[in-house]
Design a protein around this ligand. Structure first.
Ligand code: GLU
Length: 497
């Protein structure tokens, strides 16, 4: 047999936002395809009409795109194995059902819900597994056709073989389920709607998927899908079931643990490359190393399914933050500033970015560079930089720690000496001029170190700690800043005088 080029698929149901778990599944599929020169296919599993919503399809695609995951085939770009929405493939499933019925691989089941319920209750009472008795297996083909023709309701069931069902899982090794664990599964409900396990197997086969990479919540579905492959005589793909992602309390990751949707991480100002790197590490590690930072290109080069672990991965926000800080440092500051702007706009500190001058944009870049080392993600920037845009001196005075510093004898003297000088300055106060002023204050009051700097910091920033004066003074005195309503050193001093 010639080696087939790998074809993988990511098959989300459009019933909600893309979250950490399925984004990792999407990523591993994408990395595997890219690493092996294969194709990645996007398939929308929207047969659950009650829960599927068209808008979620758009949102899923948007989030995948933001993460940098692109597809060779899918609902938007089409391809040779379409359509790529299951709701558009119903005639294909129907045609395949006819084939299975004609070949006796599947049969019509006329059991009523009451009969099935009775069987289940009896099995429970006898402590037996709740599996279908196979009553309708015995209905002859002719009878079956007649009853269906007469309008009797029926489901279609697969005739499960007598032998155990085995499949190869690249993460877990050989997996075997006894035939009884499966019983004869329903392929098509009496409503005419085909079930998930059936359509997935048909689609994977017709789309020539070679490797099914998905969450381990699908392990128990796999024997049913394998049995469907076998019934059709199709080659069974290889499987890789990815471990569960847990929260820090080792419970399955859920909304309870905080942000889990990709959109919420994007909104918080995480970079896509940081998230991609972090998701890759949730269950995978590169060969022979403890290295943890990988650009998308490096991930493509290094990614191998053999390095995917079966043990659950624990989602660690601290590590994601660390990676995000790493990638924020690597990005050119102009790009970071552009990404940061909307957060400042939302905080009401700046107007629309389209309307500002190049000088203001350049000043803003310097501002972002000053505060960036203190944040994990961009939405934290406006709060850190709040004192640049809006300093409430009454509030700073009211803060208990500040009040103690300000009330001290030396505090009073330093503030008096500093504010008088700052207000009297004829021109803008450069970082150098500021240093000279501070030396004068030091000489006049005899204060040094904290005694000298803390009160002045409270005057200028509202807090006794923060970024170095050398960095923030130039932000206060720039003509562009003044146009944004940022107060100069003298104005800050005057407000405190
Ligand atoms: N649509 C399924 C889900 O979102 C995925 C099915 C599969 O990957 O086989 O869980």
């Amino acid at each position: 047999m010639t080696e087939r080029k790998p074809r993988v698929r990511f098959a989300p149901s459009p019933t909600g936002m893309l979250h950490v778990g399925n984004a990792r599944t999407a990523l591993y599929n994408w990395l595997f395809a890219k690493h092996n020169g294969g194709s990645a296919i996007l398939r929308i599993e929207d047969t659950d009409v009650e829960r599927s919503e068209v808008r979620y399809e758009g949102l899923l695609i948007e989030d995948l795109h933001w993460l940098g995951l692109t597809w060779e085939e899918g609902p938007q770009m089409g391809g040779s194995h379409g359509p790529y929405r299951q709701s558009e493939r119903l005639p294909i499933y129907a045609e395949h059902t006819e084939r299975l019925l004609a070949e006796g691989k599947a049969y019509r089941c006329f059991c009523t819900p009451e009969q099935l319920e009775g069987e289940r209750a009896a099995a429970v009472a006898a402590h037996q597994p709740q599996i279908y008795s196979g009553r309708c297996r015995a209905v002859s083909m002719e009878d079956s056709r007649k009853r269906a023709g007469a309008g009797e309701l029926y489901a279609v069931r697969l005739r499960i073989p007598e032998h155990p069902i085995r499949f190869k899982d690249l993460v877990r090794g050989e997996v075997e389920f006894p035939a009884e664990a499966v019983s004869d599964p329903v392929l098509v409900r009496s409503s005419g709607m085909p079930v998930y396990n059936y359509v997935v197997a048909v689609d994977d086969a017709l789309m020539e998927i070679t490797h099914v990479i998905r969450g381990d919540d699908h392990v128990s579905n796999t024997p049913k899908q394998v049995a469907i492959y076998e019934a059709f005589g199709w080659q069974v793909p290889e499987f890789a079931h990815l471990s569960t992602i847990l929260g820090s309390d080792r419970e399955r990751l859920s909304k309870r643990h905080g942000a889990t949707s990709i959109a919420s991480f994007r909104e918080m100002g995480y970079l896509p490359e940081a998230l991609m790197n972090y998701l890759a590490l949730l269950g995978w590690g590169a060969e022979g190393g403890t290295r943890e930072t990988f650009t998308p290109e490096e991930l493509v080069r290094e990614f191998k399914l053999e390095r995917v672990t079966a043990s659950p991965a624990v989602f660690d926000t601290g590590k994601l933050d660390w990676l995000n800080r790493h990638y924020l440092k690597l990005r050119p500051i102009a790009e970071v500033a552009q990404l940061a702007w909307p957060y400042f706009e939302r905080a009401g500190y700046v107007g629309s970015r389209e309307k500002v001058t190049a000088e203001i944009a350049e000043w803003f870049e310097r501002l972002v560079a000053v505060f960036l080392p203190g944040v994990d993600h961009l939405d934290q920037l406006p709060e850190k930089a709040a004192f640049v845009f809006a300093l409430d001196s009454a509030k700073s005075r009211a803060d208990a720690e500040n009040a103690a510093i300000l009330a001290s004898d030396m505090g009073q003297r330093v503030i008096g000496a500093f504010t008088a000088r700052a207000i009297a300055e004829p021109g803008p106060i450069t970082a150098e001029r500021f240093k000279a002023l501070m030396n004068e204050v030091k000489a006049e009051t005899g204060a040094k170190g904290k005694e000298l700097f803390h009160p002045v910091r409270i005057v200028l920033t509202g807090a006794h700690s923060g970024p170095e004066f050398d960095k923030i003074i130039p932000l206060f005195e720039d003509g562009s800043a003044l146009r944004l309503g940022v107060k100069s050193v003298a104005e800050r001093a005057a407000a405190f005088f």
